[in-house]
Structures are given as C-alpha cells and as structure tokens.
Design a protein around this ligand. Structure first.
Ligand code: NAD
Length: 277
C-alpha cells in the first residue's frame, strides 16, 4: 500500500508534538497518510491536536526525562498500533539568559534532562525495539546551536552539541544494523521558543511548516542530516571553524550574539513560565 507520495505509510512517534515544530511535522506526515503517535508532557494538548489532525493520529502524555515511562510508552504503542517505524525525538526547551550565571540552576539541569537525556532515553529504547527487526529510524532534533556555541543559550547549546555527538556515535555503532539515524539542525523557527528574541540581519527565521517539510522529507528518504536554512548552516559552520576570537567578532558584527541575550521585556515571560513547569 502506498500513500499520495508513493511511499509506504509508517507508524511515527513524535515527542513534544503538542505544538510548534513537532505539531507541524505531525500535520504534514498525517496529510501524507502516515500513522502519528503524538506525545507531549502536556498530554491533553497532544490528544486535542491529534483528534483535529486525523483518525490515524493519537495523542498521549509523556515526560521524556522519565526513562521507564518512555520505554513503557513505546511498548504500549507497539502493542496498540504495531511496530514503530520512526521515532522523532523533538521535545525540547530553550531557556535564555544574558549569561549562564544568571540562569536558574534548576533550568540549566532541566535543559540537559529534556534536550539531551530525553533524546538519549528515546533513542536507546527505540534501538532496543527496532534492532531485532533490523529496520527503523530515529530522528533527533538538535539545532545549529549544536555546531556553534550561542550567547544566551549556553546550557541549550551544550545539550544540542550532546545530541549531535550522541546521534553521530550511535549511527556509527549500529552502522550495519539496518537502523537509520537522522540528526536535524534547525536555525531559528517561529515557535514560542523564539518569543521576545532579537533579530540579526544575516539570520532568517523559518516557519514551523518550512522546518517540518525538511524533517518529513528526511523521514521519507532516510537522510542522515538535515540543516535548515542552508545560509544559517554555512554561517554556523564558518563561525565554528574560525579562530574563537574572530568567530565571536563575527557574531557581534552580525548581532547573532544579541538574539538570545537582548530579550524584549515581558515578551518571553509566558514561554519561560511554560517551560519551567
Ligand atoms: N524554534 C526554534 O527556533 C528551534 C531551533 C532549533 C531547534 N529547535 C528544536 O526543535 C524542537 C521543538 O521546538 P519548538 O520550537 O517546536 O518548541 P515548542 O516549545 O513550540 O514545542 C516543544 C514541545 O515540547 C514539549 N515538551 C517540553 N518538555 C517536554 C518533556 N519533558 N517531555 C515531553 N514533551 C515536552 C512542550 O510541551 C512543547 O509542546 C526542540 O528540540 C528545539 O530545541 C527549535
């Protein structure tokens, strides 16, 4: 059986898909005939969005930081809906602060727990299920902040460097297993995560739908890396290979260093409150 894109429908689990990039990705994939399991720490929201999307979508509550709960969630999906073809580890938070000393230490820990350990939890548990079948794909949503450090996002950047390194490592460990590992590195995308941030004349903002189209394409093609937009990827790579002092000057000239350190007062309060719960 093929869908409108000529590909076989897959069973796809997306974490953090109650809103933002995860929801946009679920929307595109559902429109192409895939079965979507949408999980989010806000299970009610995931359930409501899944109901709006398709009869082949279902929403569940899941906190990705809980390894046992993640394993039980994936096992429940397999028993209710059949083998998982793709797990998208998308759930993430981005607390911004002028510098790391001004960040609440609890938020620093929470950032690593969700963005890095949550991705590791899901990847490990998905590998356990997929390995005996010799097929399946894990898509980990990192960031361009995972290839070059970004002022105002030190803990976030650390977590995303971790996601890139972890994904590249497991790809190498399971190279001949039939499993596929995809690392996605988005630049700024207009979700709640960008609320109140400043702009840079050299950095363009994607819509969640544009980003989701790149992720959906990687799921259908099995591509190992996706980085969008290309111009921001090139700039990030360039900054990462320049001598550190020069790279920082480039960030200052282009105002990249201001994006997450110069926040419009009040404009990010709702987002920061949501992610601290
Ligand atoms: N928006 C951007 O500019 C941008 C850029 C690069 C990478 N990303 C990455 O894309 C992913 C999605 O971000 P977004 O912009 O859509 O954010 P978002 O805040 O719009 O959505 C994130 C979702 O994750 C859920 N979530 C948070 N903690 C969770 C947990 N412990 N367990 C399960 N779900 C949890 C939230 O409830 C929310 O629905 C993140 O990993 C983020 O780091 C975003």
């Amino acid at each position: 059986m093929s869908n409108s894109q000529g590909t076989t429908p897959k069973t796809i689990v997306i974490t953090g898909s109650g809103r933002g990039i995860g929801l946009a990705t679920a929307t595109i994939l559902a429109s192409r005939g895939h079965r979507l399991i949408m999980s989010d720490i806000d299970g009610d929201l995931a359930g409501q969005e899944a109901e709006k999307l398709s009869t082949r979508a279902a929403g569940f509550g899941l906190d990705v930081t809980n390894r046992d709960a993640f394993r039980e969630h994936l096992e429940m999906v397999e028993s209710e809906f059949g083998p998982i073809d793709v797990l998208v580890n998308n759930a993430g938070i981005a607390p911004a602060s002028p510098n790391i000393l001004e960040q609440d230490p609890a938020m620093t820990d929470r950032t690593i727990d969700i963005n890095l350990k949550g991705v590791m939890n899901g990847t490990i548990e998905a590998i356990r299920l997929m390995l005996p079948r010799g097929r399946g794909q894990v898509v980990n949503i990192a960031s361009l902040a995972g290839i070059t450090g970004v002022a105002g996002l030190a803990a976030y950047s650390a977590s995303k460097f971790g996601v890139v390194g972890f994904t590249e490592s497991v790809r190498s460990e399971f190279y001949d297993s039939g499993l596929k590992f995809t690392c996605v590195m988005p630049g700024p995308v207009s979700t709640g995560m960008m609320d109140g941030t400043s702009s840079s004349p050299v950095v363009s903002m994607l819509s969640p739908e544009e980003m989701a189209a790149g992720i959906a394409g990687a799921i259908e093609s099995g591509k190992p890396r996706v980085s969008l937009p290309h111009s921001s990827y090139v700039l990030s790579r360039l900054i990462s290979i320049l001598p550190p002092g020069v790279g920082i000057k480039v960030s200052k000239w282009t105002r990249i260093d201001k994006i997450y350190t110069h926040i419009t007062p009040g404009a990010r309060d709702e987002y920061e409150k949501r992610i601290s719960r």
